[in-house]
Design a protein around this ligand. Structure first.
Ligand code: BGC
Length: 416
């Protein structure tokens, strides 16, 4: 191709081409990292790319969990104008790969030995049909609780380890005049809490219901109990929770207006951004009953097919920059997540980050690592969205627990 252009182009056309080559070296990145903590982490990525000579064209689509971003992505691809690189979760990567929309990163992955350092559970989403189609930037997990330290101390000081102790602590916080549970009433946030609640009823139950989509587990007695627990949690949320963004719920815990938030470890990014220190200002615990277990999600960057060689080069540069071990440490320290490579030391991480890395490794070894349903790593989007609808309807009082379990089994079955 280059030889052809070299011979056939007029000087003017060559100028246009070279200008477009310069522009093409920028990567347009579609993502949903718009909160304070997320933006801080994004800047680490932008700076890293700039250092590698790659420019950044920002395409943010606000909305935690990425549903809105995925809608925008679909519109862009349909219009024949896909972004260069896209933040993506689990099954969405697989769906786009199946459509043949993603660039093949295998040559880079092989040259850089990604298969030796990326955990198998992540590779299951980064590869399709034996080819690398995405570069994982982190591992998040959803079964965390973030507690304001002063509120914890005022409520007795001992972090809850069982469901009963959790409820007792929520009661104590209520008695102390604060909102016990900071929550944002958005479907994906309800579903994030649901991940942890289902897991708290047993690893086998989580696997049967969320991964295997077993109708008996989805509609059975244990699921009724899961919905009962959701209703209990709902009773500790303030009146203004509806529609609240997750980072505003984090802010309530940060400023002591609320006692705790049940949220993935991106919440830690908000605490850090506010200058808060784990162990001093806030405490991170696994949702009671889920110690030793991890529901994970991994942000990965998928590259959409491009014909322009300069664009392709920029994609490879971005993928390499993402997989750089030094960057993986720097980025995840800020983001609240842990590295997507097993060879990154935990030296620079705070206590919650160190715990996150240790938990992940242990859960992986012990068969206690499961994909997060709420964040696209347990089932494809159609199933996930069906679950969102039922969980949210129940959380908002439309169904009692028994009806919700029945509806869940039916909705998942129909979406499969
Ligand atoms: C992503 C995180 C993000 C969170 C809230 C999750 O789905 O994996 O990176 O911070 O949504 O926006």
């Amino acid at each position: 191709m280059r030889g052809f252009y070299g011979k056939a182009l007029t000087a003017a056309a060559a100028l246009v081409l070279s200008t477009s080559l310069v522009k093409a070296a920028d990567v347009e990145v579609l993502h949903w990292w718009t909160s304070g903590g997320e933006a801080a982490a994004l800047n680490v990525l932008k700076d890293n790319l700039a250092g590698a000579g790659t420019g950044w064209l920002d395409m943010p689509v606000a909305g935690g969990g990425g549903e809105a971003a995925m809608t925008t992505l679909r519109a862009r691809v349909t219009a024949g104008n896909p972004p260069t690189a896209v933040q993506m979760l689990g099954f969405d990567i697989q769906d786009w790969a199946k459509e043949g929309a993603l660039a093949d990163l295998t040559a880079t992955a092989t040259a850089e030995g990604w298969d030796k350092v990326v955990p198998t559970a992540l590779q299951a989403f980064s590869t399709y049909d034996g080819k690398w189609v995405a570069a994982p930037v982190n591992v998040h997990s959803t079964n965390w609780i973030w507690i304001n330290k002063a509120a914890l101390d005022a409520a007795g000081g001992k972090a809850p380890e069982t469901w009963e102790e959790l409820v007792a602590m929520l009661d104590a916080m209520k008695a102390n005049g604060i909102t016990p549970l900071a929550h944002g009433g958005q479907a994906w946030q309800d579903a994030t809490v649901f991940d942890a609640v289902v897991l708290s009823l047993g690893a086998d139950f989580y696997k049967a219901a969320m991964i295997d989509l077993d109708p008996a587990a989805l509609g059975g007695e244990t699921m009724v109990e899961a919905f009962n627990r959701m209703a209990t949690l709902r009773s500790y949320v303030d009146d203004n929770f509806s529609g609240r963004d997750w980072n505003l719920a984090s802010a309530m815990v940060i400023n002591g207006e609320a006692g705790m938030q049940m949220m993935g470890d991106w919440a830690k990014g908000e605490f850090l951004k506010a200058g808060k220190v784990p162990g001093t200002d806030f405490v991170c615990i696994r949702f009671p009953g889920t110690q030793g277990m991890v529901t994970f999600n991994s942000d990965q960057f998928a590259m959409f097919n491009q014909t322009d060689p300069a664009m392709q080069e920029a994609q490879v540069a971005m993928a390499k920059a993402i997989m750089d071990p030094v960057f993986q440490s720097a980025f995840n320290v800020v983001k609240g997540s842990v590295p997507a490579r097993t060879d990154v030391p935990d030296t620079d991480f705070d206590d919650c980050g160190k715990k996150g890395m240790k938990d992940l490794a242990e859960a992986n070894t012990n068969g206690m690592l499961f994909g997060s349903m709420a964040h696209g790593h347990a089932a494809p989007a159609a199933v996930k969205n069906a679950l969102y609808d039922v969980v949210t309807a129940h959380f908002n009082g439309e169904y009692d627990a028994a009806t919700a379990a029945t509806e869940l089994a039916a909705a998942v079955e129909a979406a499969k």
